[in-house]
Design a protein around this ligand. Structure first.
Ligand SMILES: Cc1cc2nc3c(=O)[nH]c(=O)nc-3n(C[C@H](O)[C@H](O)[C@H](O)COP(=O)(O)OP(=O)(O)OC[C@H]3O[C@@H](n4cnc5c(N)ncnc54)[C@H](O)[C@@H]3O)c2cc1C
Length: 443
């Protein structure tokens, strides 16, 4: 079928679903994504379902006519996996209901809900839930692939909060996720189906103690920070993330966040933390409402390039030395980041297919404001990636964060790690013909 015939066939089969083509007035807005990744790709069109039944009808039509599709919500994927050449984009953003359960322990959100809308709605109900570090992120895309954020320590990662889902499966049926499907959904992204709603745990609203501690970027300071942190015991409610970042000048900045409900305990811990580290040049850590925090947040997220990651067991002397070498030749705009250890106790948490146990997320960007800078930052990023991956350092783990992994960097097997046999089994059971082939990790 030509693309014109495909469009015609779609419209006949789904007269109630809005379908955009490049000449539609809304095309430019709907086709826009956070960055430039995938913008060169020409999809068949953009379908905008407003309910689960329409999603189901679209999938049935696509399967019957052998037409590929991708799913998008926030449009934030660093590698443009929300679009494919000649494939239909299913834009979920009009499925955005948010309902809080009467007992206020869970909420059910539409498959196209963005973190911002969820936060605003929960705020009205005096509730909160784990969130990422930017409010433009789609909640399903964030939580089903992992889901880090300022509440990771206190409330768990995004996938750990998923308790129910409605899914459009590979046959275009609307199904309530079984326990097995939920196990897969917690780590397999959109591999088992299109999520039309997600039920997640919610918690009483709280303020957050959050901000940056800024240090100079000398190797001595960085070494002293790392050495001091090694001697500390990090409480569960704490989350810290380090960035070696180049703005007007290069610096080490530590994002400190306390997501626990006892904020006074957080303030006491902040003093202990500050006293143990070399003196900070500046601190912006303050008690804030969650909304206030996000409103003041300025994440340097540039349109070209992406973020790459490698999981490590610890910041070993060998990895530290590589990072220090990388800092010396760091081009403008990029950053290196590493988290504190994220503890995932696979024995205690919900059944899942998240590919890592406890780990440190090490990431490095090649993001730039203009395409002309990309070659230089990519060269640096490739050098750093190869240096760490080929170091043979036992602290380097096999996996990385799928959202921050160039498609060619890792296979699904490497990303799922110990969960690979189970993920493969669930994929074979719930999507035997790989209808959801554009989801990632890619099978
Ligand atoms: C500025 C920025 C900040 C970020 N911060 C964090 C962070 O703090 N923590 C963190 O863990 N990650 C973070 N990320 C990564 C982010 O969580 C992932 O890129 C996530 O997949 C984005 O989802 P999206 O819906 O916004 O993007 P999209 O590109 O629209 O979606 C990504 C993929 O998710 C899948 N998907 C989306 N909706 C559905 C659905 N309803 N059903 C089935 N599959 C679906 C599809 O496969 C789609 O291709 C950040 C990214 C950016 C750009």
């Amino acid at each position: 079928m030509t693309s014109e015939a495909q469009i015609d066939s779609f419209q006949k089969a789904n007269p109630e679903v809005k379908l955009l083509v490049p000449t539609s007035p809304e095309w430019k807005d709907r086709r826009a994504t956070r960055g430039q990744a995938g913008q060169e790709i020409k999809p068949l069109g953009i379908a905008i379902p407003t309910n689960s039944q329409q999603v189901a009808d679209i999938v049935r039509w696509a399967v019957k006519n052998k037409i590929d599709f991708t799913v998008r919500t926030g449009g934030n994927d660093f590698y443009g996996r929300n679009v494919a050449e000649g494939a239909l984009i299913i834009d979920m953003r009009d499925i955005k209901s948010i309902e809080v359960a009467d007992d206020k322990t869970t909420a059910t959100i539409g498959g196209g809900v963005l973190a911002k809308d969820m936060l605003l709605k929960f705020d009205e109900h005096n509730l909160t839930a784990p969130l990422g570090n930017a409010l433009e992120i789609g909640y399903v895309g964030w939580s089903t692939i992992g889901g880090y954020g300022p509440f990771t320590g206190a409330l768990g990662m995004g996938f750990e909060g998923i308790v129910g889902a409605e899914i459009v499966n590979h046959e275009g049926e609307i199904v309530k996720a079984t326990d097995e499907m939920l196990e897969g959904l917690r780590g397999m992204g959109g591999n088992l189906g299109i999520v039309t709603s997600l039920t997640i745990k919610v918690y009483p609203k709280r303020e957050i103690l959050i901000g940056m501690l800024i240090f100079d970027d000398s190797p001595e300071t960085i070494k002293a920070v790392v050495a001091a942190e090694e001697k500390l015991t990090f409480p569960k409610d704490l989350n810290i993330h380090h960035f070696l970042i180049q703005t007007q000048q290069r610096m080490l900045s530590i994002m400190f966040s306390w997501g626990g409900s006892d904020i006074e305990e957080g303030k006491k811990y902040l003093e202990t933390f500050k006293a143990a580290l070399p003196p900070a040049k500046m601190s912006t850590v303050q008690q804030k409402s969650l909304l206030g925090h996000y409103e003041s947040l300025q994440i340097p997220c540039l349109p070209y390039g992406g973020q790459r990651s490698i999981y490590i067991k610890e910041l070993s002397p060998g990895i530290f030395d590589i990072l220090m070498e990388a800092v010396k030749i760091m081009p403008p705009f990029v950053n290196i980041g590493w988290s504190m250890k994220t503890i995932i106790d696979q024995e205690k948490t919900v059944p899942n297919c998240f590919g890592a146990g406890s780990h440190i997320l090490l990431s490095f960007t090649d993001m730039v404001p203009e395409e002309k800078f990309l070659a230089e930052t990519r060269k640096w990023n490739d050098w750093l990636f190869e240096k760490i991956r080929s170091s043979g350092d036992p602290a380097v783990m096999e996996g990385s964060y799928p959202a921050l992994t160039r498609p060619e960097d890792r296979t699904a097997e490497q990303l799922f790690g110990d969960k690979w046999p189970r993920a493969k089994e669930l994929k074979a059971k719930f999507d035997p013909n790989n209808v959801f082939k554009h989801a990632f990790p890619t099978f």
